[in-house]
Design a binder for this molecule. Structure first.
Ligand code: CO
Ligand code: CO
Length: 306
């Protein structure tokens, strides 16, 4: 039902009129030093694509690349982090596969289930809808800062916990709502994924209010000092010509909006009247989200940042 062409977050196979299978895979090299945290983050990230599609994750298979000289204790910690995160999401880890590789990598292939009518696509935003983001951005800039030893403990742990957090509440609080488009913010950055959202047949302009985009603490400092991953510049060169920035948006802020995210939040387009109920449903679960923009009729650009 959904394959390569729409750059969606996962593939969808309709089994019957009541059941669709959502299948996704994601893995990457360590983004943090601690192996247990790396495992948690990789799992939260892989599972996130299933939530983005509007489905409930059910089973997962581990994918692990390790070098022979890596300590088995480290490997165990990675797998443990992944397993604990899957357990938290109600996902059964059903096995996996490992191969030898010089640079370690870990991730999962996750299977989820959904009613075929409830599947959410990333590129069908409805004009008039409000854009909601469920995690602050800046993990790319902060990870780069962490590599240069520029972060204090508090900032580092907030960055790790943000990446390791499941998008479960973000999805579950929205289940009963009429969400017109949904994706998760990862490697292409906020604007890259927003561009995919605007890019379908919908012919809309997404207006993003830069003052309302939530940032991790110190991410803006990093961006001001040019401490950004190469991916931020790549994203700008891929997507930049689909974005119009109002002139008072600072360069550092625009950099962060291109900053590649690891295990970022969901970006949802929902009806204006659903936003308050959604935010209070999240609040009840001890969670938050931010209104960051709206879906406008096409204005000759995919994205407008004010
Ligand atoms: Co995704
Ligand atoms: Co993905």
């Amino acid at each position: 039902m959904i394959g390569y062409e729409s750059d969606d977050d996962a593939c969808v196979y309709v089994v019957s009129k009541d059941i669709a299978i959502i299948q996704t895979v994601d893995f990457f090299p360590p983004v943090v030093d601690d192996p247990y945290d790396f495992g948690r983050i990789a799992a939260a990230n892989a599972i996130s694509d299933v939530y983005a599609m509007g489905a409930e994750p059910k089973t997962a298979l581990n994918l692990l690349c390790i070098s022979n000289c890596l300590d088995m204790g480290v490997v165990r910690k990675i797998l443990e982090g992944g397993a604990d995160k899957c357990m938290e999401a109600g996902v059964v880890v059903a096995g996996g596969h490992s191969i030898e590789d010089e640079e370690p990598k870990f991730g999962l292939s996750v299977m989820g289930l959904c009613h075929p009518d409830k599947i959410r696509r990333n590129n069908t935003p409805r004009i008039g809808d409000v854009l909601v983001l469920t995690k602050p951005i800046g993990t790319g800039a902060l990870s780069t800062g962490a590599k240069a030893d520029l972060l204090n403990k508090e900032t580092l742990s907030l960055m790790v916990e943000t990446m390791a957090k499941l998008n479960r509440n973000a999805f579950e609080a929205s289940i009963s709502l009429d969400v017109s488009a949904s994706t998760d913010v990862t490697g292409f950055g906020l604007l890259g994924h927003a561009k995919e959202m605007a890019g379908g047949k919908a012919s809309v302009t997404l207006e993003i209010d830069s003052r309302r985009v939530p940032l991790l603490p110190h991410a803006l400092d990093m961006a001001r000092d040019g401490i950004l991953p190469a991916g931020a510049y790549r994203n700008r060169s891929f997507v930049g010509n689909h974005v119009v920035f109002e002139e008072d948006v600072s360069l550092a802020m625009t950099d962060l909006m291109f900053d590649p995210q690891t295990s970022g939040g969901l970006l949802l387009a929902m009806r204006e009247q659903d936003v308050e109920p959604y935010l209070s449903a999240l609040h009840e679960r001890g969670d938050v989200a931010w209104i960051i923009g709206r879906v406008l009729p096409a204005e000759g650009t995919a994205i407008k940042v004010i």
